[in-house]
Design a protein around this ligand. Structure first.
Ligand SMILES: C[S@@+](CC[C@H](N)C(=O)[O-])C[C@H]1O[C@@H](n2cnc3c(N)ncnc32)[C@H](O)[C@@H]1O
Length: 298
């Protein structure tokens, strides 16, 4: 049996660090290239990185993307800010993040409505009609700074969105974002735990992100939401993706522990939806980087 030499151990560490540094630095370059400070030497060098990565044409013509430049900036900045917050050892769940981190994560999740329109709705023709009707209602669990709720209200001009969150600080940020948006009359946020949801037969669409909602609030919340859906309404569970390499799966679990939520996989999400009597349960494939998504109809 050949022994690993000290040189090989050293190379393994330095090689891994180099590879991960490249990924983190590419995210930083994407954030700089799509950020507010578009001029200057740093922005020029960031655009060179994007060109070398083959992304310059996609970024030059945002009309070809289902995301705004601001949302792409959030996608790049949010994981970096969240990872940095893990470093001081005092990380205490989602609520400990800075306003800047919460807003970046909100921007990233603001693209959810565009992904829903492109990747979910084509499989559910009746739902598209339902969301276009007067009186259509959506429940956004863990509404954070309200960006996902605002995105859905913008995508569906008759939709009224109710956002729930347990954190008063994020709800203050949400209220400011909603007031500054063109859909302030159709988005409301409530300080409430999904496990206590008491509305019945009130929603056409509901979203709950497992990685951010801890047990037992998550399981109790799914039961409450299923009861609160209108017949034909859809419950979407966002969850981790644990079908990758060992490293990808371990990273998905690490992130969920950092968020303080529930490490649910797609099969467990499907079983949970079926156990609450939902039908047409299916996994929806979203582009890389998006959460896992499993949906069912009441
Ligand atoms: C990642 S954030 C959501 C980001 C959001 N989509 C946006 O646009 O900003 C997840 C949120 O879930 C909230 N949350 C966690 N447990 C909850 C519960 N039991 N009921 C309601 N919200 C909860 C957290 O406080 C956190 O703000």
């Amino acid at each position: 049996m050949s022994e690993t030499t000290d040189e090989q151990v050293t190379m393994r560490i330095t090689g891994a660090v180099r590879e991960w540094d490249l990924g983190a630095t590419c995210l930083a370059a994407l954030a700089v290239a799509t950020g507010a400070a578009a001029g200057g030497a740093l922005a020029g060098a960031a655009r060179d990185v994007m060109a070398a990565a083959g992304l310059d044409d996609a970024l030059a013509d945002p009309s070809r993307l289902p995301f705004s430049a601001e949302q792409v900036h959030g996608m790049a900045a949010s994981p970096l800010l969240q990872a940095a917050a893990l470093l001081d050892g005092s990380h205490a769940g989602w609520s400990a993040h800075s306003d800047e981190t919460l807003i970046a994560q909100g921007r990233a999740s603001g693209s959810a409505a565009a992904l829903f329109t492109r990747f979910v709705l084509p499989h559910f023709a009746d739902l598209a009609d339902r969301l276009a009707r007067p009186g259509a209602r959506m429940l956004d669990v863990g509404t954070g700074v309200g960006a996902l709720a605002i995105g859905y209200a913008q995508a569906f001009p008759r939709l009224h969105v109710v956002g729930l969150d347990v954190e008063p600080r994020v709800l203050r940020l949400a209220q400011a974002q909603i007031s500054a948006s063109p859909v302030a009359d159709r988005v409301e946020v409530r300080h409430a735990d999904v496990a206590e949801l008491a509305d019945e037969a009130g929603y056409d669409l509901a979203w709950i992100p497992a990685p951010f909602v801890p047990e037992p609030a998550f399981s109790n919340g799914v039961a409450r939401i299923a009861a609160a859906l209108r017949p034909g309404g859809m419950l979407m569970i966002g969850h981790g993706i644990y079908e990758g390499t060992e490293l990808e799966n371990a990273i998905a679990r690490f992130k969920t522990v950092g968020y303080g939520g529930t490490p649910l996989d797609g099969d467990s999400a499907a079983r949970l939806l079926a156990a609450h009597g939902l039908t047409a349960v299916r996994r929806v494939q979203l582009p890389p980087g998006a959460p896992g998504l499993t949906v069912g109809l009441r």
